[in-house]
Design a protein around this ligand. Sequence first.
Ligand SMILES: [Zn+2]
Length: 675
Amino acid sequence: MSATKIRLDAIAYGGDYNPEQWPEEVWAEDVRLMREAGVNLVTVGIFSWALLEPAEGRYELAWLDRVLDLLHGGGVAVDLATPTAAPPPWFTRRHPSSRPVTREGHVLGIGARATFCPSSPDYAAACARITEQLARRYAGHPALVLWHVNNEYGGHLHACYCDVCAAAFRRWLRARHGDLAALNRAWGTAVWGQRYGDWDEIEPPRIAPTAVNPAQQLDYARFSSDAFLACFRRERDILRRLSPGVPITTNFMATSKPIDYWRWAREVDVVANDHYLTAELPDNHIDLAMAADLSRSLAGGRPWVLMEHSTSAVNWQPRNIAKRPGEMRRNSLAHVARGADAVLFFQWRAAAAGAEKFHSTMLPRGGTDSRQWRDVTRLGAELAALRDVRGSRVVADAAVVWDYESWWALELEWRPSGDLRYLERVAAHYERLWRAHLTVDFVHPEADLAGYRLVVVPSLYLTTPAAAANLTAHVRGGGTLLVSCFSGIADANDAFPPGRHPGALREVLGLEIEEPLPLRQGETVRLEGGCRGDVWAEDVLPRGAEAVLRYLDGPAAGGPAVTRHRLGRGAAWYVSTRLAGDDLGRVLDRACADAGLASRADLPAGLEVVRRDGAGASYLFLINHGDEDAEVPASGVDALTGAPCEGRACVPAGTVRILVSSLPPWGEGWGGGPI
Ligand SMILES: [Zn+2]
């Protein structure tokens, strides 16, 4: 990531703006209403390729000139997109080899968006041409403050399995493995007689009669993430060359599986994320918090851009539940609380046609005489008042390991149980930490863990020797570690290290696993302490660890279920079954106590509490998701009303308060800090 920053003097507020869907006389009204709503940044042109280049080499940019001039005249800055997420129909027809192919061999068609193979040289050349056109034309435009490359790479098309990709995969494999002998070793091709004698024999992991080699599938997931990354880099490098000084981003979907965003985050000037609630889930604000914390963590703790979320319902879920009064405000300010310095929506004006016409917008179909509009303008005014929050850093109490590669590997077929899912495990641990009012950073398993008293490792199936050494050093140095089941199983090639599970984590956990003992569907096991696990159990053989809770029944009855291992100056906990809810919470509470994290159990349930520290000021965000008013011990000045608050702060049900103070509002008792 470079130091290039977005040239704005306030929290960015706005959204995707698609004026091409409307006659030009509407544009002036758009800009006038943007000003009324406090909008200062809009994203333009994401899907406009067919309008900007209606035939190969014929460019029609005058309309975009007028849009950018109009926005600039209205004081609205522009995040200008390269339109490469939606190749025009003429391109796809002329270059049929650019059509993506599914794992099943289906060639995908025209009529949606994202119809492109990431390895296609024709697509690459066409992207380079339109990107150069836009960069040359708008590099010096005064409205331009940010470049937005493509849209949600990997979001619709997770991977392409065409012959062009097959050739690119072989080149990628040569770079990774060197020679065929090394590849054959890494992939374990002695199994089922898969040994390759020629590079050309290697294919993408297309549908085969039965399970395809897991190492091959894992490498293909890496290759696919890298193939999309190459697309991003190609456009980014053109923009950097022709439009120096303007930061470049692309919108991530941080909690989705296909892209390894740890690798991508290093490549963007500013991390940007899209987040949409799973509308019908209860407590979906916890999922929002997780995505926001992951976005900030990908940004290395620096402020990030919430590039898209929704004012109310989306259009693509089975049941698109509208947001209730106050929910959009809580959602938006929760993102800010967790490090976002931009609150943007999909999209500005409600579409009248097309696939997304049921999606909520900033300017709804009902126009300005609507609750939606009043909420949008109020939020704009509040964000303007929070301008000094920009640049401040979120104070985290604990770290949770997040690893896309391990996610890919864990969920390949033919595991001991298909019921153990990676995202569910991460979310379960995150939820309990959220309910304990602890703020979490996500970390890569090989990241620097200094400064975290507690590191939680949900089901890290793929554990490299470097990751294991990192986690072990954390414990030896005085940290606390909590690892959940099915961790430390495989190396980067999905092969078992020598000896019993959990491989390279045996030392830090002080135990071995005799055998995984997955449970039947719906089966549960009882543990001491009134806990109950499901999905998974293990024969745990202590090798220095002490049993904290034992299995009372089930296939591991009498054996350790939860263990604790003192190592060096710290301690490592292991949970060998799937715990959830309060049962997981009780174990995490004990690990937190081990780590010396101050308890905040007395804070009201449903109250989200996050702190951002800036130069000389500390911002305490109090977001009440509950149905009852909440009161907490806190002092400061209300950042929105200017009212002083001494000793206790009341947060009415469903509302948000932000207290600013010159000192951390709860002093050293907050927890966190260096070990
Ligand atoms: Zn392809």
